[in-house]
Design a protein around this ligand. Sequence first.
Ligand SMILES: Nc1nc2c(ncn2[C@@H]2O[C@H](COP(=O)(O)OP(=O)(O)O)[C@@H](O)[C@H]2O)c(=O)[nH]1
Ligand SMILES: [Mg+2]
Length: 143
Amino acid sequence: MPDHKPSLKHLILATAGHVDHGKTALIKALTGIDTDRLPEEKARGITIDLGFAHLALPGLSLGVIDVPGHEDFIRNMIAGLGAIDLALLVVAADDGWMPQTEEHLQILNTSRCGTASSRSPNATSAIRRGSRATCSSGCAGRR
Ligand SMILES: Nc1nc2c(ncn2[C@@H]2O[C@H](COP(=O)(O)OP(=O)(O)O)[C@@H](O)[C@H]2O)c(=O)[nH]1
Ligand SMILES: [Mg+2]
């Protein structure tokens, strides 16, 4: 009988963090893959849509989703978190904690807690409202 036991563990990782904090550059440095592939992303120098890469580590196959950090594209960021195992929150040392650093962290927390339903007619608004409520009650003084 063939052995169907998987030899590799497969996990999905998504980036998170404020625009221009180095998410895409870090994924390129780690994987060799430039996840910003659209002409508009090249022209504007920012991530707009979700980007995908992969990283083979000993015993681990990591699928990577690079998300946009600009608040205008928050829907794409949320769409990238559908079924992730890990998040990599990137904070630029020369810029520090910024609004979308906080928002992305709160979205990650909200998604994990399952307080926003994907069946909601407007899941994005529900997640953002939930995030802000969590943030205003639990993150005073951090902005
Ligand atoms: N000095 C410095 N610049 C960086 C570093 N990482 C990224 N950058 C630059 O910061 C800019 C934004 O990086 P990017 O990866 O597009 O940020 P993202 O919006 O978080 O994906 C680019 O010009 C990068 O070359 C870093 O570690 N040090
Ligand atoms: Mg980017």
